[in-house]
Design a protein around this ligand. Structure first.
Ligand code: FAD
Ligand code: SIN
Length: 511
């Protein structure tokens, strides 16, 4: 058994920024970060566009950013949360800069501000098209300098340890030794990120399997708004692979046009903001255009843009396109919508507290009320930075009473069992991804959702039976978790009766 004061599950922006602060505040306490892949592997690392923060108070204002967020969330944001997150932005940016993160500046030496869908002003602070990897680099470096932080990579959290609605840590599998250990902790933070691999066709890296939300769900924490899946409009279309390289929305903010195969600039038919309408609207319009035309993709036209300026701002996108044979100076980029982000998740209050005592959640796995029915572009990194700070401030109070377990927490006793065939798990994962794409995509209907629910319940029972007789593996638990998340998405989609933001359900007579 390992005993620690703070157990942080996940090493993206949410987990790492909380770790830095709490480790500084309590140098005598132990902070343990478990993370299931290399320490830097996370959705954070792949963030392109940047962080939405009001820095230019002449052109922009908190009020404008608040209004853009509320419009994008389509009436379902929590206004007090929106206000808190947006007004905290500049302080959190200052901290990131102090930790060594570098952001692009313009010729006048001010922060260079990009624009993305749904924003009425240029306000996206960025590091070329690799903002996430720059942030992850800087904060990981800070973490490695703290003596009281231990980072355990390739350690997979399996389940939370709870008693009477109170959390006392988690069971963790060391992927190299295959040994499962009990990590007992006073405070546990879930910072496990998104769910992209439920859909397969996603901008998310392979780690995004919804583990934290599934663990919280098994522990009976409140989970909400799982029906609000965000599909990014412009993932590079590549028929040969499910993985979808992102073409940042900032490229449309830079002036790129969306066209049908025949060349029609269709977004102007639907929304006066054209290509810079919010993400839910652009993805839904592309979906409609593809259904009308029967084409496989639409196109992003950058041929009219200043090539040298494009390469300076988007070097990674330029190189990636070139590698796949697309010369953006001459060719249109084929794009399709792909799963990108989860707006709902584990319900937390303004201090990041879940409905389970001593259990906190932060970042993409949490549901704070900021995003409502659809997240405004580049508000996610901001949300994680602000909430990791509010959790820290809440826990920084050393008079805070933390509940202790009534019974002794016992160590995990492993029993020798055979491993589950990995081909079976791979095949099941592909079937699950196809089921979700076909039945819980951009446009849903009750009949498909009910079919999906029936199948998911069968798979869930099959997996639970296998769990009794086989040894624990990461692939098995990821699949079990993904099935649980899929059921939450399907059930909450069935429950929602009104279309809002990123959620569109056709009535059965229109199916
Ligand atoms: P993550 O960064 O995903 O970190 C999750 C961590 O949890 C990982 O370390 C993972 O390994 C670990 N983990 C998961 N399960 C377990 C387990 N069972 N046991 C142990 N460890 C576990 N947002 C913006 O605001 N601006 C952008 O420009 C932007 N661009 C994006 C571009 C792409 C391609 C993608 C995919 C997302 C983008 N986003 C952007 C969204 C944003 O990056 C994420 O929402 C945010 O980084 C999530 O941070 P996080 O710390 O919550 O989770
Ligand atoms: C992008 O760069 O298009 C992604 C921005 C985001 O997800 O907020």
């Amino acid at each position: 058994m390992v005993v620690t004061n703070y157990l942080i599950i996940g090493s993206g922006v949410a987990g790492l920024t909380f770790a830095i602060k709490i480790a500084d505040r309590f140098p005598d306490k132990k902070v343990t970060i478990v993370t299931k892949a290399n320490a830097d592997e996370s959705n954070t690392k792949y963030a392109q566009g940047g962080i939405a923060i009001v820095t230019d108070k002449d052109e922009d204002s908190y009020q404008k950013h608040i209004e853009d967020t509320l419009i994008c969330g389509d009436g379902l944001c929590d206004e007090a949360v929106v206000k808190m997150v947006i007004t905290e932005g500049p302080k959190r940016l200052k901290e990131l800069i102090e930790w060594g993160a570098k952001f692009d500046k313009n010729a006048e030496g001010n922060l260079d501000l990009g624009k993305e869908g749904g924003h009425s002003e240029n306000r996206v602070v960025h590091h070329k098209d690799q903002t996430g990897s720059e942030i992850e680099r800087a904060i990981l470096m800070q973490v490695y300098q703290k003596e009281n932080i231990t980072v355990l990579d390739h350690h997979f959290a399996i389940d939370l340890i709870t008693e009477n609605n109170c959390c006392f840590g988690a069971l963790v599998l060391d992927e190299k030794t295959k040994k499962t250990t009990t990590y007992q902790s006073e405070i546990t933070l879930l910072a496990t990120g998104g769910i992209g691999h439920l859909y397969g066709h996603t901008t998310n890296p392979i780690i995004a399997t919804g583990d934290g939300i599934a663990m919280a769900n098994r522990a009976k924490a409140a989970i909400k708004e799982m029906e609000f899946i965000q599909f990014h409009p412009t993932a590079l279309y590549d028929a040969s692979t499910g993985s979808k390289f992102l073409i940042s929305e900032a490229v449309r903010g830079f002036g790129a046009y969306l066209r049908t195969k025949k060349g029609h600039r269709f977004m102007l038919d639907y929304d006066e903001r054209g290509e810079l309408a919010s993400r839910d609207i652009v993805s839904q319009c592309i979906d409609l255009e593809l259904k009308k035309s029967g084409d496989d993709c639409v196109y992003l036209d950058c041929t009219h843009l200043d090539l040298q300026a494009f390469i300076k701002h988007f070097p990674m996108i330029y190189k990636y396109c070139k590698k796949t044979g697309i010369d953006i100076a001459k060719d249109w980029i084929p794009v399709v919508p792909a799963q990108h982000y989860l707006c709902g998740g584990i319900v937390v209050d303004k201090n990041g507290k879940t409905s389970i005592e001593n259990l906190f959640a932060c970042g993409e796995c949490s549901r704070t009320g900021l995003h409502g029915a659809n997240r405004l572009a580049s508000n996610s990194l901001l949300e994680a930075l602000v909430y990791s700070n509010t959790i820290y401030e809440y826990l920084a109070d050393d008079t805070l009473k933390i509940s202790k377990p009534k019974n002794n927490i016992t160590d995990w006793k492993s029993v020798e069992k055979p491993e589950i065939n990995s081909e079976y798990l791979t095949e099941m994962k592909s079937k699950l991804q196809l089921l979700m794409r076909q039945n819980a995509g951009i446009v849903r209907n009750d009949s498909d959702l009910l079919k999906a629910k029936k199948q998911l319940l069968l798979w869930q029972t099959e997996m639970e039976e296998l769990e009794k007789t086989h040894s624990i593996s990461v692939a098995f638990y990821e699949l079990l978790n993904m099935i649980a998340i899929a059921l939450l998405i399907v059930q909450q989609s069935l429950d929602r009766q009104e279309n809002r933001g990123g959620f569109v359900k056709l009535q059965s007579d229109k199916v």
